[in-house]
Structures are given as C-alpha cells and as structure tokens.
Design a protein around this ligand. Structure first.
Ligand code: PEP
Length: 259
C-alpha cells in the first residue's frame, strides 16, 4: 500500500451535535484516542459546529475536519448554502460529496455531484465522493452498473490529477443506518470494480493511490474485519461516530501496514 493509501477513518455526524456537544465530544475523544501516524482520522460535524471542532482539534493536528456538503458556486444569492471556500476558511480540509442522504433525501443528481466535486478542488478541499447502490438495485444485479455510473458521472471532465486526489466512499444505501453492514467480501468486490474504473480514468498509479473507504453500519465490533478486506482503505462511519468511546475504538482498530 502506498503512504497515500494509509487508512482513513472518518466520522459523519450528519445533523447531530451543535457547537457545545461538539466540544464535549472532543473533550472525551482526545484522551481515548492518542495520535497515530499510521492512519488518518477525519470528522464531518454539521457546518455550524466546524469552528468549535477546529478549536478543539488545535492541539491535535492529526484530527482533520470536513463538511458534509458544499454548493458549487463560490458565493452569491443561494440561501442556505455553503461554499467550499467558506468551509476551507472555517477549518475544513475535506467535503463529503454525494452522500446517500443528499442523493436520496434531497434529490441530488449525478450532475450535481459532478459540479460539487469540481467545486471542492477549486476551493482546495479534498472531495470524499460517496456512492452506492440501493437494495432493489442490488437485488436486480445492478451493483456494478450503478456504482460505475455514479463514478463516471462524478469524474466526467475532471483532470486526471484531480481524479488522483479524490477519496471514494462506497456506501451501499441499504447498509446506511440500518445495522446491516455489507460483508467484507461484498465491500472488496465493489471496491475492486471501482479501482479498475479509476485506472481507466486516471492510470494505474493514480488508481492504486486513491483511498476507497467502506461505509454502512460500521461499529466497533465489525471495523477490524472490514478494514482487513482487500481494497478497503478505510471507513466512513455515521451513527457509531457520535459516541466518543465507540468511535475511539473504531479509530484504533487494527489496520494493514502502509508503505
Ligand atoms: C453514513 O452516514 O455515511 C453512514 C455510513 O452511516 P451509518 O454508519 O450510520 O450506517
């Protein structure tokens, strides 16, 4: 594994934890999870809590931050939206793009996702491109077709250097928040499909260096076996990232050596 592919363990807090709860989380999390150099840890609090998180992580440069969503315009009359540049200024290094809830609750299209990926790079944010199939699509044998459609759309028109700078999160919709995780074999199979396509888009070296995370009902009890699966370079954790003790256990899970 290349150093760039050192495991990434990320917590998506969704619409949970305002600034006070964010500060309390980090007060409890930091002593439970000492800094490690063999993995990257990232947190995606609600945007209003980003600066509280940044304040709490000031003494822990190993704890990186991101936002859950951006709009693709840099500024203007877009009530309720947030630009990449604003998120960057407030302490974000990453942004999720195309999370299942954005796609399926808020109706974001593949084309919206493409614009947001490009806007993230414009703002010097690393996009974490989320994709995954719904249960009916899995039952219909369409996993590969769906995730490749989502990937192709998201990177359409993107320079190869930017594709190489992506993070991908494979998150089957049926596994998100349901308590039913994909098996390590299912995750490995989907990740291999994505990595092959990334090689077609940006070359073998880029494809090898792009971290592909798994997300969907990750818990302290299943994190290690998911991280051990071939081609799984990290985890995007929703519900289980809200508890400082539980997320510290996930963050300290055994990972493959990088190098
Ligand atoms: C997520 O929201 O990205 C997610 C994977 O949620 P959960 O871990 O709760 O399934």
């Amino acid at each position: 594994m290349t150093p760039l592919r050192r495991p990434v363990i990320a917590g998506n807090w969704k619409m949970n934890k305002g600034p006070a709860a964010t500060r309390e989380f980090f007060r409890q999390f930091k002593p439970r999870c000492p800094a490690r150099t063999d993995r990257t840890l990232a947190f995606f609090p609600p945007a209003v809590s980003l600066m509280a998180a940044a304040e709490m992580a000031r003494d822990r440069p190993d704890l990186l931050l991101g936002v859950q969503n951006i709009y693709w315009k840099p500024e203007g009359a877009f009530t309720g939206e947030l630009s990449g540049a604003m998120a960057r200024e407030a302490g974000a290094r990453f942004t999720l793009v195309g999370h299942s809830e954005r796609r399926h609750v808020f109706g974001e299209s593949d084309d919206d996702v493409r614009r947001k990926v490009a806007a993230a790079f414009e703002a010097d944010l690393v996009p974490v491109l989320c994709l995954g199939e719904k249960l009916e699509e899995r039952k219909a044998g369409q996993v590969e077709a769906v995730i490749l459609r989502q990937l192709d759309a998201a990177v359409s028109g993107l320079p190869e250097a930017h594709i190489a700078g992506l993070l991908i999160a494979y998150e089957p919709v049926w596994a998100i928040g349901t308590g039913v995780n994909a098996t390590p074999a299912d995750a490995a199979a989907a990740h291999a499909v994505l990595r092959r396509r990334l090689a077609e888009h940006a070359g073998e070296d880029a494809a090898r260096s792009i971290p592909i995370l798994y997300g969907g009902s990750v818990k302290p009890e299943n994190a290690t076996e998911l991280l051990a699966a071939a081609d799984v370079d990290g985890l995007l954790v929703g519900g289980a990232s809200l508890d400082p003790g539980g997320f510290a256990r996930i963050a300290l899970s055994e990972v493959r050596a990088s190098g």
